[in-house]
Design a protein around this ligand. Structure first.
Ligand code: NAD
Length: 539
């Protein structure tokens, strides 16, 4: 059967999915969950706990998770080691059955509950949760199974009298999956992709997304995942856990998504330990972005403005792919600015339980403080001017209004640094200075994750696509730079944005296998000499 992407439910008023989701939202807010560590078959409670709160109402505690320390990390290494011999030698189709069942559980009985957890715990609207914890995660699970089959089917040629084959072994050791707060689907995929290839995994979810992570562990268990294949050890203090894992000889790979800063710390730690490992570890990291929209004078202005709003402000700009800088030519500037201001003025922001809101709160106090610091900087700086928004309030939830800033220079702070919040900075360039604007777009930041161009003139589309070759691993023409779909737009970027191993494709799965080539000869040679060694007289 051909693979299809999971259909996105709409949650219209009166629909069954809306009623089911509202019921789960209500139910989850009435209980507080105790979240243990999951090591092998054990649920472990630790001395220290950390609250899972709702970003839009931070006094509301959804649950408490137990915090792992270095000893728990060592126990998880043991559990992953114990599960490895059976899991890694299990036929692919048996491993696949587990993850296909996980997909079915999420598509069916768990859909509303996992979406509700993602909404309440990570501050997503119904639509944002649906495209993440339902559709993208289901797609990762089903497509990864197919990508694994495709890899296994890739076999070498055989010659006369011999047969060759490639055996796709799991890596020898454990995989450390270290995941970010912003996508339940990414968190799931970073564990599942190596596990499908036969690896065992130690998962440290983000301390700001343990609430949905815990639910995922329940779903894995219900689908029959053997104990020890994925071990979850959350912690509010990640360093000791990470240190225990990265210094162990069985550390075989890092599957990371998060900030560039943390990825570089981890890479350095791995380098420092390189002579202690049994194997050279695989390092896969998808990291930060400063994603752009570059408009040409021939752009369709309504499509451009809608992409700036959706790309910049959906999920409060907390997507690695969020549009956070835009280049607009002078000839269309006034119209773009007036339409942008008009649209931004209509955006409703508030609780995720009110389905009429387009945006909710940012994830936590440190994120709020960071975003606020950029807005305050813009307000005080001669280089920037705030065009819309610019206000914030964390009294009840961590709310930041959608903010549009004009940058007067193309390399200004807000045009260069990742903010990870609802702040879109725009720069006006003279139409005659297209080349200088493209140069700025290509060089203003260290990142290279996503980018979008808007133009209708084909010659221009060709030129911009070529000119911006290395500026983005995911490049969009007349569309917003967010919303990659598994199997359609394999995701990842270069430069400081990561190793570009393309989540949602076989390129990622290939990193989690160590092929063994097996040659079998039917009639092995029994004489070491070659015909070329015979003396001339024998002719
Ligand atoms: P983060 O880097 O703060 O955290 C990621 C994970 O690393 C978390 O589990 C965290 O607990 C852990 N961590 C933090 N400091 C650590 C340390 N010193 N040692 C070991 N572990 C540590 O990222 P975040 O705030 O959760 O996520 C946002 C970031 O992720 C943004 O930069 C965003 O661009 C990036 N992101 C990238 C992609 C992508 O595909 N490129 C996707 C999603 C998010």
């Amino acid at each position: 059967m051909a693979l299809v992407n999971e259909p996105i439910l709409e949650y219209r008023p009166g629909s069954p999915e809306r009623a089911a989701l509202q019921q789960e939202l209500k139910a989850l807010q009435q209980i507080e969950v105790d979240i243990p560590l999951r090591i092998g078959a054990n649920r472990i409670r630790a001395a220290r706990q950390f609250d899972c709160v709702m970003p839009h109402d931070h006094a509301h505690v959804l649950g408490r998770f137990h915090c792992a320390d270095a000893e728990h990390a060592k126990a998880a290494i043991d559990a992953a080691g114990k599960a490895h011999p059976v899991w890694s030698r299990m036929p692919l189709e048996d491993r696949a059955r587990v993850f296909l069942k996980v997909a079915d559980l999420i598509a069916g009985p768990w859909r509303a509950r996992l979406n509700a957890a993602t909404m309440l715990g990570q501050g997503k609207t119904a639509h944002q949760a649906e495209i993440d914890s339902a559709c993208e995660l289901i797609d990762f699970l089903r497509f990864n199974v197919q990508f694994a089959r495709d890899i296994y089917a890739n076999q070498p040629l055989s010659g006369p009298g011999c047969q060759n084959r490639s055996e796709y072994r799991a890596l020898e050791g454990f995989i450390f999956a270290l995941t970010p707060f912003n996508f339940t689907a990414i968190a799931g995929n970073l564990c599942v992709a190596p596990a499908i290839m036969g690896n065992t995994v130690i998962w440290k979810p983000s301390e700001r997304a343990v609430y949905s992570a815990h639910m995922l562990m329940d779903i894995f268990e219900e689908a029959g995942l053997p104990a020890g294949v994925i071990n979850m050890i959350p912690s509010d203090i990640p360093e000791p856990v990470s240190e225990a894992l990265l210094t162990h000889p069985d550390f075989a790979g890092l599957h990371f998504t998060g900030s560039t800063r943390v990825f570089q710390i981890l890479w350095r730690n791995i380098s420092n330990n390189i002579s202690n490992y049994r194997n050279y570890p695989r390092i896969v990291g998808e990291t930060g972005g400063k994603d752009y929209i570059f408009a040409h004078a021939s752009a369709n202005i309504d499509a451009l403005v809608t992409s700036m709003v959706r790309g910049g402000f959906e999920y409060q700009g907390q997507k690695c792919s969020a549009a956070s800088r835009a280049y607009i030519p002078a000839s269309i500037w006034d119209e773009v600015v007036s339409k942008l201001k008009a649209q931004v003025a209509t955006i409703k922001i508030g609780s995720v339980t009110d389905f009429t809101n387009f945006m909710s709160a940012v994830i936590d106090d440190s994120s709020f403080a960071n975003i606020k610091s950029y807005i305050d900087f813009a307000a005080d700086s001669d280089d920037h001017e705030i065009l819309a928004g610019g206000t914030y309030d964390d009294t009840k939830g961590y709310f930041v209004q959608p903010t549009v800033v004009v940058a007067k220079t193309p390399h200004s702070k807000l045009m260069s640094e990742e903010i990870f919040g609802p702040v879109l900075t725009i720069y006006r360039y003279e139409d005659a200075e297209l080349e200088a604007a493209l140069e700025a777009c290509d060089t203003a930041t260290a990142y290279g994750l996503t980018g979008a161009i808007f133009a209708t003139d084909r010659t221009v589309i060709c030129y911009l696509t070529e000119r911006l070759t290395h500026s983005a691993g995911n490049f969009y023409v007349n569309d917003k730079p967010t919303g990659a779909v598994v199997g359609q737009q394999p995701f990842g970027g270069g430069r400081a944005s990561g190793t570009n191993d393309k989540a949602g494709s076989m390129w990622n799965l290939i990193r989690w296998t160590s092929p063994r080539t097996i040659k079998e000869t039917y009639n092995p040679a029994t004489d070491y000499a070659y015909p070329s060694m015979l003396p001339d007289s024998s002719n």
